[in-house]
Write a protein that binds this ligand. Structure first.
Ligand code: IPE
Ligand code: IPE
Ligand code: MG
Length: 233
């Protein structure tokens, strides 16, 4: 075991199918998924992971039914009402990436409170991607960079390393391991820049069934990967 795992990102997929298999509404699956999110966050912090980025709602998820979108917008509130205490106890700091200003006011309030309540915590960073889309993030970063140049705040001398600072992930940009549950082999507009050298791990397990033990197995599999970053042995 050698590879250090600083930044883990998870595409939490399969909540709807998990609920459908039980004959339940999709929101039941999202509720279970949220419970599992907390379990995985605690496990990741025990595994000494520094940053855990979870894909909770994409810029494309607005296409879903009004009922489902409304439930997903309420979910952060339900999550922090129940789990904030445990998150504090685990010394986890919470941040968000995504177009937060486009969320309903009640969701924005939950986001603000979660960040504020946990900002002094010194343990793992739990980064929740809500209304996040990677292509939109990159376009926004290009616009911000261009404005800086036009306004004379910087030279037109952009390098790969400092482009990362224009992204929502800022100093935590580089992902070491990306996991996607539910048997889909795609990225769905998640962290396209940030995963350029990430190890990828796909599992058929639906997100609500992806237990902390299964996370530990994925981390173990990662630790024996041969990361070469373009070099040769
Ligand atoms: C992931 O589960 C959660 C979100 C995208 C919000 P899905 O809701 O995509 O579940 P499936 O893929 O339909 O089973
Ligand atoms: C990706 O899952 C988004 C989240 C997990 C939040 P989707 O279920 O939305 O992705 P597609 O539509 O299958 O690509
Ligand atoms: Mg899905």
């Amino acid at each position: 075991m050698s590879n250090s795992l600083q930044h883990l990102a998870i595409i939490m997929d399969g909540n709807g199918r998990w609920a459908a298999a039980l004959g339940k509404d999709r929101s039941f699956g999202h509720k279970k998924g949220a419970d599992n999110m907390k379990n995985l966050a605690i496990k990741a912090s025990e595994l000494d992971i520094k940053v855990l980025t979870l894909y909770a709602f994409s810029t494309e998820n607005w296409k879903r039914s009004e009922k489902e979108v409304n439930y997903l917008m309420k979910l952060p509130g339900l999550f922090f009402d129940v789990y904030l205490k445990e998150i504090m106890k685990a010394n986890i700091r919470v941040e968000f990436i995504g177009f937060i200003d486009k969320l309903p006011a009640s969701t924005r309030k939950v986001v603000k409170n979660a960040v504020e309540s946990t900002k002094m915590n010194t343990g793992m960073l739990l980064n929740l991607a809500v209304n996040y889309g990677s292509q939109q993030e990159i376009v926004q970063a290009v616009k911000d960079y261009t404005s800086d140049v036009i306004e004379g705040k910087r030279e037109n001398d952009l390098e790969v390393a400092d482009f990362s600072n224009y992204l929502m992930t800022k100093e935590h940009s580089h992902v070491d391991l990306l996991i996607r549950t539910s048997g889909e082999f795609r990225l769905s507009n998640f962290l396209l820049w940030q995963i350029s050298y990430a190890e990828l791990f796909f599992t058929d397990t639906l997100f609500p069934d992806f237990t902390p033990d299964l996370l530990e197995e994925a981390v173990l599999a990662y630790s024996s990967r041969d990361r070469r970053f373009g070099g040769a042995k």
